[in-house]
Design a protein around this ligand. Structure first.
Ligand SMILES: NC(=O)c1ccc[n+]([C@@H]2O[C@H](COP(=O)([O-])OP(=O)(O)OC[C@H]3O[C@@H](n4cnc5c(N)ncnc54)[C@H](OP(=O)(O)O)[C@@H]3O)[C@@H](O)[C@H]2O)c1
Length: 337
């Protein structure tokens, strides 16, 4: 085989460990099997969970990492080959998909079941589409659990991240007040931009630096004494705990992660004292993931969520992982092959 013919550039992980186990190699380009398509990848999503899997510390709900492997469960690009039983009209179309546990997204080409494809909506870039598929469907799940109303004041820790940025935009898009917390000055610009997804969003954005311990007092001043009625938390730790203490009576808390390393502490005394409702929408079967994906892509197409994207070349996958692990991400981290 001559150099390049029938091959592709891909990130290959041959051992568990630090980000530098993610190495760019030239490997055979895969051919689609029955019911599958091959996508020429233009954007591949990078997840915090990918970094856990890379270290061999993935969640119990996911299969153990089998090596060697190419990470990446979210792809957007152009269909360049179809397998048996797949409609040839898909060739050349722009698509986005969650490839599931099979992974393989950090590559020039990736395989996915034709049934998992969504068309990339008009006016949406490949990077925005890939930011909307996996993270977007989780955002929709969180919204369903939250039942957010336009009159609400919603606190969102980690608003600089993939999920937090979308949740803040979705809150703003219905006219709610989003208290968007970010981790330090370097994150301020990306969070302050959230109120402008496509056109200006109607809600009120209160962006606060959560590394400044006075943020609850600054929030109270900004809200003229009103207290938040909803906390959407994927960060946990002291920031989320301070957010719990700021909540109004009857407020709801939706927990979907703990990027800080510790789940937010809420005990039954907190719940009883302020009549809180605490919901965890993950870790149990989800009825219709595909419908959640469609809703997420529609939100992006309509400009209600245009998640900020933090883009790296494919060869820099290790740097992209390090950015997530060192809390340097600004929006959804995406690789561009
Ligand atoms: N994306 C999904 O589809 C999905 C699905 C299920 C669960 N989750 C969970 O939801 C949470 C957010 O996911 P994500 O995809 O938005 O992740 P992400 O893009 O990595 O963003 C996480 C955010 O958390 C904040 N953070 C605060 N303390 C941190 C710390 N000590 N280390 C790292 N980050 C810290 C960071 O914002 P600041 O630095 O600005 O504070 C960061 O932007 C995670 O716990 C994840 O496991 C996500």
């Amino acid at each position: 085989m001559s150099a390049g013919e029938g091959t592709m550039r891909a990130i290959v992980q041959r051992e568990l460990g630090a980000p530098d186990v993610l190495v760019l190699e030239r490997i055979p380009r895969p051919d689609p099997g029955e019911g599958e398509v091959r996508v020429r990848v233009a954007a591949a999503g990078v997840h915090a969970v990918d970094t856990d899997l890379r270290r061999g510390e993935g969640p119990a709900s996911m299969p153990e990492t089998r090596l060697p492997m190419t990470p990446g469960r979210e792809i957007a690009g152009t269909v360049d080959a179809v397998g048996a039983g797949v409609d040839g009209d898909l060739l050349g179309t722009s698509v986005v998909a969650h490839v599931g546990f099979r992974s393989g997204g950090y590559a020039e080409y990736a395989l996915v079941a034709a049934s998992a494809l969504h068309p990339v909506p008009d006016g949406v870039t490949f990077a925005q589409a890939v930011a909307s598929i996996g993270t977007g469907r989780t955002a929709q799940l969180v919204l369903d659990a939250a039942g957010m109303a336009p009159t609400e004041i919603v606190v969102i820790p980690g608003a600089s991240g993939g999920l937090g940025s979308q949740l803040a935009q979705l809150a703003l898009s219905i006219g709610a007040t989003a208290v968007a917390l970010y981790g330090g000055e370097s994150k301020r610009a990306v969070v302050e931009q959230l109120a402008r997804a496509e056109a200006p969003l109607p809600g009120r954005l209160v962006a606060l630096d959560a590394t400044d311990d006075s943020w609850p007092a600054l929030m109270a001043a900004a809200l003229d004494g009103d207290a938040p009625s909803l906390l959407l938390d994927g960060v946990g730790g002291p920031t989320a705990r301070a957010a719990v203490e700021s909540l109004a009576r009857g407020a709801r808390v939706v927990i979907f992660g703990w990027s800080s390393g510790a789940v937010v502490r809420i005990d039954t005394e907190d719940i009883v004292a302020r009549s809180l409702t605490v919901t965890v929408p993950l870790g149990r079967p989800i009825a219709d993931l595909r419908a959640l994906e469609s809703r997420a892509l529609t939100a992006t197409a309509e400009g209600r969520a245009r998640p900020p994207v933090d883009e790296y070349p494919l060869a820099d996958a290790a740097a992209a992982h390090a950015a997530i692990e060192q809390r340097r991400q600004r929006g959804k981290v995406v690789l561009a092959p």
